[in-house]
Design a protein around this ligand. Structure first.
Ligand code: SF4
Ligand code: SF4
Length: 80
């Protein structure tokens, strides 16, 4: 599975200001059937979720279940 290098180009983007991984939330990581999301440390020491592997089924539970609305799944135009 290819590693996702640039967060801005992957289909699932996390708003770091809304993500509460710092408070122990791991919901999006747990609900993803492909296991492509991870919690990571940011440069300022806070934690956030991010898309580690650039694979996605666009099944949406990560966006739907995030308690703060931090997850945006960018569905490709051809799949809409
Ligand atoms: S579910 Fe939302 S708040 Fe929780 S870790 Fe994922 S992005 Fe952050
Ligand atoms: S849309 Fe589905 S496959 Fe893609 S990151 Fe979210 S839970 Fe995982």
């Amino acid at each position: 599975m290819p590693l996702a290098h640039a967060a801005s180009t992957v289909p699932v983007v996390i708003d770091n200001d809304l993500c509460i991984a710092d408070k122990g939330c791991t919901v999006c990581v747990e609900v993803c059937p492909l296991d492509v999301l991870r919690i990571t440390d940011m440069l300022d020491g806070r934690k956030t979720a991010h898309m580690k592997y650039d694979e996605c089924w666009y099944c949406m539970p990560c966006e739907a279940d995030c308690p703060t609305g931090a997850v945006t799944v960018n569905i490709p135009y051809l799949l809409k």
